[in-house]
Design a protein around this ligand. Structure first.
Ligand code: SF4
Ligand code: SF4
Length: 375
């Protein structure tokens, strides 16, 4: 076989990935630990970059960006940065799978990847009252805003915050997609535009803190927007972090719920951002709850299969990943799977229906709400 070598491609990818490919010493741990193994030959992909082999890389689009491989790498290579740099290069070369291109255009046209009306974004909150000069700005995310089941998480969160005396605000018509799927398609110019618009809308409201229900929004605001000149001047917190602070300060009072539950660490909250203890402290603060860990937890958590654009693009290979996690919930005989991410809830609920398990998948906020007599 004759390989096509192009050193310009090698330099371009190494530059986009900030030198990470050259740290790799080719042990292969990433390939064998990949949650989609054997779909993505991670070691070989990196070797090809090192050698300047012109890539085909169609398998890159299957990656659910769980970063399990990165957590296992003995050299600490930022593999997710390398894999995204390939997507950016492929986008620049106009080599994008149909599903990703379609979703990108849906975001262009509607401001969200669901193709829903902008006017409907806050229909879930028509009877709620918000502050114009809030202590806390709640950034809702597209999936939570438009998905009827996930709207319950938003409503429960607002109710709990307001019951604790917190002044809550929302962006209303100025809120749009955070750009998560745009980021994973590699369309950097559009992402920059989204980041600058969102940051400007948030800054205009001048909240003390921004809280997000989605770990994907959280990750973008904290770690990605600053690279596009859209760094926020106030702290960004995931709702579990903010609620844990309210609990510590005595402003949040939990109730009672007799249930055996387990917690699934979402990749972008846990593995990417190190938020492991806040959700556990909230769950364990509920009187009557029996908390049990699954085999894989914290840095070693498994994945729902919805990251990297997977939730929007019918990533068939990722279904096994979703199923493996649901099996772990069943193994510990939990009566509820608690998590803190709208993608996780949607992915696990959908697959749960097919698998026939009867335990519900709920957000940390919902277990708090149920303990206080709500939904
Ligand atoms: S685990 Fe790390 S060092 Fe080993 S092949 Fe993969 S990226 Fe390279
Ligand atoms: S991020 Fe996850 S799916 Fe992607 S290559 Fe690494 S382990 Fe595999």
């Amino acid at each position: 076989m004759v390989l096509e070598i192009d050193f310009k491609v090698r330099e371009m990818l190494a530059q986009k990935a900030e030198g990470e490919p050259y740290i790799c010493y080719q042990c292969g741990t990433c390939t064998v630990s990949c949650l989609l193994n054997p779909e993505i030959p991670v070691r070989k992909v990196i070797r090809n970059i090192q050698l300047g082999v012109v890539p085909k890389y169609s398998e890159i689009w299957k990656c659910i960006t769980c970063n399990y491989c990165g957590a296992m790498c003995p050299r600490g290579v930022d593999i997710s940065k390398i894999l995204r740099s390939i997507r950016v290069m492929l986008y620049e070369e106009k080599q994008v799978p149909e599903g990703f291109n379609e979703i990108l255009w849906t975001v262009y046209e509607n401001g969200n990847p669901l193709g829903s009306s902008k006017r409907e974004r806050f229909s879930w909150a028509s009877d709620l009252k918000f502050s114009d000069k809030p202590e806390v700005l709640l950034y809702t995310c597209c999936l939570s805003s438009y998905d009827k089941r996930l709207q319950n998480v938003l409503r429960s969160l607002v109710n709990i915050l307001q019951a604790a005396g917190v002044e809550v605000g929302v962006l209303g018509e100025r809120e749009s997609c955070c750009g998560d799927v745009v980021y994973h398609t590699g369309e950097d110019y559009f992402l920059e535009e989204i980041a600058l618009n969102n940051a400007s809308a948030i800054e205009d409201m001048k909240p003390n803190v921004v809280i997000t229900v989605s770990p994907h929004v959280y990750h973008l605001f904290k770690n990605v927007y600053p690279k596009y000149g859209a760094e926020l001047s106030m702290p960004v917190m995931h709702h579990v972090e903010y609620l844990a602070e309210l609990l510590d300060s005595g402003r949040l009072k939990t109730g009672k719920l007799n249930k055996k539950v387990t917690y699934h660490d979402p990749c972008y909250l846990g593995r990417y951002n190190g938020v492991f203890e806040a959700p556990r402290s909230l769950i364990e603060a509920v009187d009557g709850v029996e908390f049990v860990e699954m085999e894989h937890n914290r840095m070693d958590t498994l994945c729902c299969g919805g990251g990297g654009g997977g939730i929007w693009t019918e990533n068939k290979e990722a279904r096994g990943v979703t199923r493996n996690r649901l099996d772990e919930v069943a193994e510990v005989e939990a009566e509820a799977m608690v998590t803190a991410c709208p993608y996780c809830i949607r992915m696990f609920e959908d697959e749960n229906k097919i698998m026939g398990y009867t335990f519900p998948v709920i957000d940390v906020v919902e277990i708090l709400s149920q303990s206080m007599g709500g939904r």
